[in-house]
Design a protein around this ligand. Structure first.
Ligand SMILES: *Cc1c(COP(=O)(O)O)cnc(C)c1O
Length: 390
């Protein structure tokens, strides 16, 4: 067989993809920038590959729009950003092993610390910057009691290899209508932070707010806010949609194209298990996305958009494909929108999340790397991020 040279450059050969609108990310960050006091910085949270949008491009978009720091969940994610040439301050918000602090120090990455045993186990030549995690009510990571905060603070302040540059906490319920627990947490955090500062001296970086608190609780702004979900244009929760101080613009659009269309006679069934049965003569179209793409089986009976109208997903969703009910025959190649706008219709992330009993955060995160991410800046495709690089 004759081998031909493949076209160089990023490309993909399937008709299912996500458009990622970096202009929307910039607009969301800029809107928060105008909403916050000038002295409050913005830490763009780009963990989990930027919530499935692509960490490097979303980080760059956020920095262009006024963010001044980045945050991730784990050291690997921070190193990916450094490897891509990003020079902004980066905080790892989760646990890092003490033996990995040398790698963090070498790449000027700030770690999160909250345990004396962790300080004892550090063995590095350089100095690692840390933010101290204080637990004001989430009960996940962090120091809680006055005694343990003092004891940790003294040890950290005396440590040759540690520089404490900040302190933070995390809210458990700032995306709920009722903000009373968030205000209690903020009060508790202020007390804990002052206790810590008795041993470390005044800290430059004090932060508590996630997206919901950054937009809704002015007193929680402090030195910095950690802006995650809403930087991608998504609501922290459906119940606070009407409380948001500025409109958010969704960056993530999921699209596919029809691969086959066929007529069904009354009584015929569709897909595995024959759970869908045609109650009349009808048309169905096949769409090449399935649960291996993160388009899980629970999306069955949900809507997609085709020809500017809603169409229902029928029968079981397969690993790589699913079927929809269409009103009339459609061409192979006809565009299908699973998340986003087409014509005058829109399927929002909240609709899709609600359908499968989850929150907006989970949906783009679990769309797998088999679905290429088409990065758009100024409406132009600048890169395709895919598991396959051809
Ligand atoms: C993920 C995360 C955030 C961002 O939260 P959003 O609700 O997405 O804005 C902030 N802080 C911590 C500690 C986190 O883990």
């Amino acid at each position: 067989m004759k081998m031909t040279t493949m076209k160089a450059g990023p490309s993909f050969y399937r008709d299912t993809w996500a458009d990622i609108d970096m202009d929307a990310v910039e607009e969301n960050v800029a809107a928060l920038r105008s909403h916050l006091p000038e002295k409050t910085g913005i830490m763009a949270v780009v963990k989990a590959d930027g919530y499935g949008h692509g960490a490097v491009h979303t980080a760059k978009a956020a920095l262009r729009a006024g963010a001044d720091q980045l945050a991730v969940a784990m050291l690997d994610e921070a190193l990916e950003l450094r490897q891509a040439g990003m020079t902004a301050p980066i905080l790892v918000m989760g646990y890092s092993r003490p033996e990995d602090a040398a790698a963090a120090a070498a790449y000027d990455i700030t770690l999160t610390a909250y345990a004396e045993a962790w300080l004892d186990a550090l063995a590095l030549d350089g100095i690692v910057d840390v933010h101290v995690k204080l637990d004001s009510g989430m009960n996940r990571l962090g120091l809680k009691q006055v005694g343990e905060i003092r004891s940790f603070g003294r040890k950290a302040a005396a440590h040759d290899s540690v520089r404490v540059t900040g302190a933070f906490t995390h809210f458990a319920a700032s995306d709920e209508k009722d903000l009373s627990f968030t205000r209690e947490q903020l009060e508790q955090f202020t007390f804990q932070r002052k206790t810590l500062e008795e041993t470390t001296g005044t800290l430059d970086s004090i932060h508590a707010a996630n997206s919901a608190a950054a937009m809704r609780v002015d007193e929680a702004a402090l030195n910095t806010v950690r802006f995650g979900i809403s930087m991608y244009g998504l609501n922290p929760s459906a119940e606070i949609q009407s409380d948001l101080p500025f409109p958010l613009k969704r960056a993530f659009t999921l699209k596919s194209r029809v691969t086959h269309c066929k007529h069904l006679q009354r009584g015929e069934t569709v897909s595995y298990g024959r759970s869908y049965k045609a109650e009349r003569d009808m048309w169905t179209a096949t769409v090449p996305i399935g649960y291996a793409d993160g388009w899980i089986r629970a999306h069955q009976d949900g809507d997609v958009l085709i020809n500017g109208r809603r169409a229902r997903i029928i029968g079981r969703i397969c690993m790589d494909q699913m079927m929809i009910e269409v009103e009339e025959p459609v061409e192979t190649g006809e565009e299908v929108v699973l998340i986003g706008r087409q014509g005058g219709e829109e399927i929002t992330m909240d609709e899709v999340a609600g359908r499968v009993d989850t929150i907006s955060y989970e949906v783009p995160c679990i769309i797998s790397s088999r679905v290429p991410r088409v990065i758009l800046i100024n409406g132009e495709q600048v890169e395709v991020r895919s598991r396959f690089t051809f």
